[in-house]
Design a protein around this ligand. Structure first.
Ligand code: AMP
Length: 187
């Protein structure tokens, strides 16, 4: 199973991905988590992406495509992969299609978490106070949402055209969202 969890920042993709990791043994491929780990390790890559991430902008397609390629190699034979926060541009979506094709595989399903922007802003304000993640500050979050709307939201058409898109109400409580995702995966 190759599943893309699609939706704006703070839509709940990470929470749902982690549940699928525990419940189904899938591997979560979160480029945001990989980049944060690179920063925490003090690597060259981490230093290169730090300022862009803090501003809320997108790092280059080449960097994230290479991270995904490496993880797919590391986890060969996993029962499933959840792409969380990737792809975020049409170039990334095309690169992912090619990476999977080269492995005799393909994207099976794209679940879009449908959420309301003002509610997201409120959710992130709360998360910023509780967790202090630097790119959750209100200015950066505005940039992240704008990047999503300009560069990522158009991917919906790419996957709708392939007949792979399923919408789920991301404003429902976590258990209800989880049940809807399970129904899409098992149905
Ligand atoms: P996330 O945790 O997915 O919201 O990602 C945090 C930040 O990492 C984003 O605001 C971007 O700066 C960067 N990032 C994560 N994934 C990608 C991606 N697929 N393409 C470009 N930048 C990304």
């Amino acid at each position: 199973m190759n599943l893309i969890l699609f939706g704006p920042p703070a839509a709940g993709k990470g929470t749902q991905a982690k549940r699928l990791v525990t419940g189904r043994g899938y591997v979560q491929l979160s480029t945001g988590d990989m980049l944060r780990a690179a920063r925490a390790s003090g690597s060259e890559l981490g230093k290169r992406v730090a300022a862009i991430m803090d501003s809320g902008g997108l790092v280059s397609d080449e960097i994230v495509n290479a991270l995904i390629d490496e993880k797919l190699d590391q986890h060969q034979g996993a029962p499933g992969f959840i792409y969380d926060g990737y792809p975020r541009t049409l170039k990334q979506a095309e690169a992912l299609d090619a990476l999977l094709k080269g492995r005799g595989s393909q994207i099976d399903l794209v679940i879009r978490l449908e959420v309301d922007e003002p509610a997201l802003v409120a959710r992130v304000e709360k998360r910023f106070k509780e967790e202090g993640r630097s790119d959750d500050n209100p200015e950066s979050f505005k940039v992240r949402l704008a990047a999503y709307n300009a560069q990522t939201a158009p991917l919906v058409d790419h996957y709708r055209g392939q007949g792979k898109l399923v919408g789920v109400d991301g404003m429902a409580d976590i258990a209800t969202v989880a049940a809807a995702i399970d129904a899409a995966l098992d149905g």
